[in-house]
Design a protein around this ligand. Structure first.
Ligand code: FAD
Ligand code: FES
Length: 279
């Protein structure tokens, strides 16, 4: 059940030139309960009225010695891009301050398929919504997930806090300043082709700008590959009351316009009416 918490800021620092920040929050209940893809909302003071939603990223356990950690998860990271008053206010918070956090929110997070080759496709700050999933796949399966991280240029790149030799990280930039010069979706096409030849079943998970999600949906539809996407919309209440966060879906009932906060934010590609999205 989501609840309101005073979460203590353990760390808050800029991690990429393109105004991308990482915040670590102490909040054992959310760290323990948040599923991959779920999110929190933060009450930002100042000129903002609505709480601002952010994906729960990596969760951290209480005790740590060198590379080992144990005990219950007690803190978690969020990565955020400073785009307006709410995120500007967040970037000014100092270690030790308390934040009013509501969560974990979202009725349905990503579903891990342990016998499929996982391909995670992240566009820019969308990576924030995939880190908890990457952590879960590495912990729960023996597979070697691929993470395709596409950014505009090297200024928007931020180092992954997720370390594992099993993670196959592919970085691509539009201008070729880092990794491969390609769009994330072009790298996805190449990877899908490879696995098609091998006959390996694949599960695609995608988070990023709408244009990237549309293209990912098209590519996976054409190849009949299952695909889970994380939909972002303006979030108000976060609990299914205001209906401010709906996306058009193929559901055949009154919930054709489906709130992402209670039925998502994860949707299967075929559940979204891509042609009727607002943007
Ligand atoms: C489920 C979900 C998870 C998200 N996870 C992340 C994340 O991990 N990292 C990250 O950087 N961003 C994330 N976002 C987007 C983030 O919520 C917005 O960037 C943030 O609210 C901007 O607030 P602002 O006051 O700084 O900017 P504003 O000037 O208020 O808005 C800038 C833009 O942010 C969007 N936005 C504003 N308010 C909301 C709102 N209440 N709900 C949704 N979108 C809004 C609008 O598109 C707007 O154009 C997520 C959004 C959703 C819905
Ligand atoms: S934010 Fe109110 S219904 Fe989703």
């Amino acid at each position: 059940m989501p609840d309101c918490f005073d979460a203590t800021v353990l760390e808050n620092k800029q991690v990429a030139a393109e105004k991308i920040w990482r915040m670590k929050l102490w909040c054992p209940k959310i760290a323990r309960e948040a599923l991959p893809g779920q999110f929190i909302t933060i009450k930002c003071e100042g000129s903002t009225f609505l709480r601002r939603p952010f994906s729960v990223g990596l969760v951290k356990k209480k005790r740590r010695l060198l590379l080992f950690s144990w005990g219950e998860p007690c803190s978690f990271f969020i990565h955020y891009k400073v785009v307006g008053p709410g995120t500007t206010w967040m970037s000014q918070r100092q270690k030790g301050e308390e934040m009013d956090v509501f969560g974990p929110l979202g009725g349905r997070g990503f579903i891990v398929y342990p016998h499929h080759q996982a391909i995670l496709v992240a566009g820019g700050i969308g990576l924030a919504g995939l880190l908890r999933l990457g952590q879960a796949i590495l912990a729960e399966t023996k597979t070697r997930p691929i993470l395709i991280f596409g950014v505009k240029d090297s200024r928007a790149f931020f180092a992954l806090p997720l370390r594992s030799r099993r993670l196959n990280l592919q970085i691509c930039t539009e201008d070729g300043s880092l990794g491969t010069k390609a769009k994330a979706t072009e790298c996805l096409e190449a990877a899908l082709e490879e696995y098609r030849k091998q006959g390996t079943p694949v599960m695609v998970y995608a988070v990023g700008p709408r244009a990237m999600l549309r293209e990912t949906a098209k590519i996976t539809r054409e190849r009949e590959t299952p695909c889970q996407v994380l939909m972002e919309e303006m979030v108000g209440c976060g609990i299914g009351v205001c209906l401010g966060c709906t996306v058009p879906t193929t559901r055949n009932d009154w919930l054709k316009h489906t709130p992402i906060c209670t039925y998502g934010p994860m949707f299967w590609r075929h559940e979204i009416e891509w042609q009727n999205l607002r943007y």
